[in-house]
Ligand binder design. Sequence first.
Ligand code: FES
Length: 150
Amino acid sequence: MSKYTLNINGKRQAVDVEADTPLLWALRDALGLVGAKYGCGAGQCGACTVHIDGAPTRSCLLPVSNIGKAKITTIEGLARDHRHPLQLAWQELDVPQCGYCQSGQIMSACALLKQHPKPTDAQIDEAMAGNLCRCATYTRIRAGIHRAAE
Ligand code: FES
């Protein structure tokens, strides 16, 4: 085990984990930040998506030892004082069904809106293609992104 100091949601947090521990498990098991979910563990589903320096990243594939001083943002840090427009839109439009994939969906959608504040359907589909939803809420996810972009 080694100690790493991670910059998470604007706070420096120490974790004591093996060097190859994926960030997802450091977040969930060591720090109690359970918003990012374990789906496939292989970078295929997007349930574990967090931002690393603003870029959507699969935390199940990223070893803690590779993060250094990069800024990590999880769904818990997306909006500190009030809900993020995406979270409000998700609530207003009842986007989730089971909800398991939705924090990853929102983190990818957030990165999309930073790049394209008024995204087209094609931009949404491209940006969200790596985030799978077993309940197939894709139509509502797209509507939620448009609502948040209003
Ligand atoms: Fe990381 Fe599926 S759990 S992409």
